[in-house]
Ligand binder design. Sequence first.
Ligand code: PLP
Length: 380
Amino acid sequence: MTERTERIYLDNAASTPVHPEVWAAMAPYLRDTYGNPSSLHHEGRRARAGVEQAREELAAWLRCRPGEIIWTSGATEAIHIALWGLALAARKEGRHHVVVSAIEHHAVLETVEQMGTLGWTVDVVPPREDGTVAVEDVMERVRRDTAIVALMWVNNETGAVQPVSAVAAAVKRHDPAVRVFSDMVQCVAGVTPVIDGVDAAVFSAHKMNGPQGAGALYLHRDVPFVPVMRGGAQERGRRAGTENVAALVGFGVAVRLLRTSWDQHVAHLTMLRDVLWDVLREIPGVRRNSPADAAPGVLNVAFPGIRNDMLLMKLDLAGVSASAGAACTAGSLEPSHVLQAMGQREDEARSAIRFSFSVLNDRAEVRRAGEIIRQIIERG
Ligand code: PLP
């Protein structure tokens, strides 16, 4: 507990602290509600009620039907079952082609890479210099046999907002049978997710002050889909396996908190991002990798001539947690694939740090983090 209050946690795009209200809602389910939600007895029905209440919360936020939500163990699983489920269904129609942006999370990139080894053709769309993918760059790659177009809504490393609605509209105008997939995990960084025109989208509880181990796939009710997780009738046969009841209850509360305070949420993230940038911009040579209209929850900054791994280590020692990009690549020394796809050199990509915020951060600690960074850099 002491550690939490003394430290300044600015890595919320990797994972967020659980909101106290989320924890309070989860506790009874961890303690007392041990029934299997598929069981018909009293204990099972109690668990089922929690799972379905959470589904209604997410459906209300997305303005979709509860039956279009499929619970998963996280966004990575949701991405796998979505992309494979859509691709296998589209293959029956002779479609073997996938268009994907170069700035996707590795869970998407490596799934389509695997498809490439199994008979699918994959076209990768690079972003423009500001980190956004252009609609025309996507459309010029769509072919007669395209099965899926995959474009995330908010990039997790830069916060760059992608034109998913415009891409979905253009794709559907061109060929309504092409499936549009969008990773909407980082919409929580301050951009309202819109599922109109999108066939499948994924979300993750632990990015929005919910618990780890709960995710969701939105799947439009009319979209052909082949389930890949088999062996149970859960989630209407689209994802077998007993649901993580307490975590889903927490996910539902996290979504409700977000939905009912969205404007304040976005305003708070914007204030935090601007407070940090106001301090960092004074450091000589500093460059902002996040575009001006990026989602406010993510601020990616380059400190030219300084290696991000060294700076992150010093920051950690000084009590500030940030990251060099996606958490899953943070352990490796690979420079960001996103910044490189934007045209940056390897050494430039290696000087970038991602700061990401949540509602549980406050102005004073973010300002203090900025001062700590400035002092570390001045000391060299
Ligand atoms: N997609 C994006 C954009 C992410 O930021 C993450 C988290 O790192 C994921 C997918 C994977 O989410 P999860 O940790 O729930 O599997």
